[in-house]
Design a protein. Structure first.
Length: 185
């Protein structure tokens, strides 16, 4: 069984990226699963909190879940042409303390996808993530990135992906990433 864990880099209730992640979970190939995690309970990163109270329990739980899987899938919005702050905050917490970076992220397969109401999807956000992955010594899935532009026309009010072309692209993307993650270790 290949287990992938994913999170959406948006906290919005009607997040297109959370909807995209749920659609991906429904399209996973046989013999694999996508666990959807939340970063909503993560406080803003503050070294004083880390040094005084320690790593928050919500962070520790997600770190352990990531370390136990074969890959990480991030559904990233694009805010101001870059990485959304809550998603970067989550990675900053998940990479603490430094001694845990190798266990949680080292050589971990990672893939990016994103949905946006704009015309270009999440191209710039996905590109901005690459130095972060390099720093954490992750193994990006280079076979493709999934960018879903004009997301407001592809999801219904219940957050379901209704566009057949987008669903096909998503299925191909997650199937490819699962193959990559299953053979990366």
């Amino acid at each position: 069984m290949t287990t992938i864990i994913g999170f959406a880099g948006s906290l919005r209730r009607q997040s297109f990226n959370a909807s995209l992640l749920r659609a991906a979970a429904a399209l996973m190939p046989a013999g694999s699963t996508l666990e959807i995690a939340s970063i909503a309970e993560f406080p803003l990163y503050n070294a004083d909190v880390e040094n005084g109270q320690g790593i928050p329990a919500s962070v520790t739980r997600l770190k352990d879940r990531i370390a136990a899987t074969q890959g990480l899938l991030i559904a990233t919005p694009e805010y101001n042409n870059s990485i959304p702050g809550v998603a970067k905050n989550a990675i900053d917490w998940l990479s603490r303390p430094d001694a845990d970076v190798k266990r949680v992220f080292g050589n971990r397969p990672v893939a990016l996808m994103g949905a946006s109401p704009g015309s270009f999807g999440t191209t710039l956000s996905q590109t901005a993530w690459l130095p972060v992955f390099r720093t954490l010594r992750m193994r990006p899935y280079w076979e493709g990135r999934l960018m879903v532009p004009r997301a407001h026309t592809l999801f219904n009010e219940a957050g379901e992906l209704t566009d057949d072309k987008a669903r096909g692209l998503l299925r191909d993307f997650v199937h490819g990433f699962v193959r990559f993650a299953a053979t990366a270790h």
